[in-house]
Design a protein around this ligand. Structure first.
Ligand code: C5P
Length: 398
């Protein structure tokens, strides 16, 4: 539950702003301290005084109004925030956040804050579907910002569509779900990203892993109160804050770091895409092409299977979760892996489907349990799938 936190609520110029007054009230009712930052357009809908009276805090609207000469108000607010909520978030603030633009109090404070950010968009259906907005929302998600799905319903324009700002109670329930602490005191190891297997100093064998799924899991486990160690290879997205990061390159390094971290951990979620083979010999200089050499062979040797190695002597109270990314015979292969690697759960996904495979923001998986039970998820964002995995892990641990 989201309670006893210092919340900065950023309100921007959407007609849905009237619902933010209720959201502010609900957040305060749960014991949070709420400070509001408003954009200029937001103030055309509602006076800052209304939010000030509700929150009993000064409302910030202008970077150049400094009431306390001893501090810089946007930096003080940015630093003094546990949770930043942007609601309603217009296409404009989303575009600014995605591009690091700081040209008013809200965007400048948001750029300066390191607190976890939750964006609740509100806009016309066509603005939401515009490729620029789609791109900007994807960028926010890649930057580790959590975005709520808009509701489908009657819009201020008089027609029905997506883009509708959800009801304040729904927003509160959604926010609460990120602040449960079922994993408080638990040590969780998550692996993410792809490995690089060196051929020579400038060349390597790797794979398409973006690390998005594993990083989303690390964030979800952190939000559930766990002490998270993220063993991470090559990724294309921002690494999460508030977790211990161990960077690795090869599968051999991944095995070493994961083995060390798992020895004192309660659970391991192995979402890294580990190379099955590596060059037998790493050449210590850049391999040159020569006039008499039209072919080059690289001999590969098998990498150790990390899950299998750790699974063979895992303790009864330790939980191990693996992934099965397959292009064919998904379930049969996954069922074999759960036995072979001594896992408690396997998350199977079909990487031949471009909507959900490597580098996509969405996923659809089948959870396969030790006893053979299978549960298929909806097609959902990797953040939602990550939360489901963390929920299942909490149940397995408890
Ligand atoms: O056997 P396969 O590579 O498909 O198994 C996938 C699962 O096993 C993933 O969780 C992956 O991270 C893990 N794995 C491993 N060590 C390897 C290869 C894969 O732990 N060498």
């Amino acid at each position: 539950m989201l309670k006893d936190k210092k919340i900065t609520l950023y309100v921007t110029g959407s007609i849905a702003i009237y619902k933010s007054l209720i959201l502010a009230r609900l957040l305060i009712k749960n014991g949070n301290e709420v400070k509001v930052v408003m954009t200029e357009d937001a103030q055309k809908f509602i006076s800052p005084l209304t939010f000030q009276a509700l929150t009993k805090n000064e409302v910030l609207t202008d970077v150049f109004v400094e009431n306390d000469p001893k501090s810089i108000s946007h930096i003080k607010t940015a630093d003094d925030t546990d949770v930043a909520i942007i609601a309603p978030a217009t296409a404009n603030i989303i575009a600014k956040m995605a591009n690091g633009i700081a040209d008013d109090m809200a965007s400048t404070t948001l750029l300066a804050t390191q607190a976890p950010k939750f964006v609740i968009p509100s806009m016309n259906t066509h603005m939401l579907d515009n490729p620029a907005t789609v791109r900007n929302l994807r960028q926010l998600s890649d930057d580790g910002i959590t975005i709520m799905e808009t509701a489908n319903g009657l819009l201020a324009e008089g027609y029905t569509g997506k883009g509708r700002f959800p009801e304040p109670e729904e927003i509160l329930n959604w926010l609460d779900s990120f602040f449960e602490a079922p994993l408080a005191g638990k040590n969780i190891v998550v692996t993410a990203g792809g490995t690089k297997e060196r051929i020579d100093p400038v060349r390597y064998i790797s794979n398409d892993s973006s690390g998005k799924m594993g990083i989303a899991i690390a964030r979800a486990a952190r939000n559930a109160g766990a002490n998270v160690t993220l063993v991470v290879g090559s990724v294309s997205v921002k690494l999460p804050s508030g977790v211990k990061i161990l960077k690795i390159e090869s599968s051999t390094e991944l095995l070493e770091e994961t083995q060390k971290a798992f020895s004192s951990a309660d659970a391991l979620i192995m979402s890294a895409a580990v190379a099955d083979f590596r060059p037998k010999r790493v050449v210590d200089h850049k391999i040159k092409k020569t006039a008499d050499n039209d072919n080059l062979s690289i001999e590969l040797v098998k990498n150790p299977d990390i899950l299998k190695t750790l699974g063979s002597n895992k303790q009864d109270n330790q939980v191990m979760i693996g992934f099965a990314a397959e292009t064919n015979d998904l379930i049969e292969n996954a069922v074999k892996k759960i036995k072979n690697k001594n896992l408690d759960l396997i998350v199977a996904n079909d990487v031949s489907d471009k909507r959900i495979g490597f580098n996509s923001n969405d996923n659809q998986v089948t959870y396969i349990f030790k006893d053979g039970k299978q549960v298929k998820s909806e097609l959902a964002s990797k953040d939602i799938i990550a939360k489901q995995i963390v929920d299942i892990m909490s149940q397995l641990l408890n």
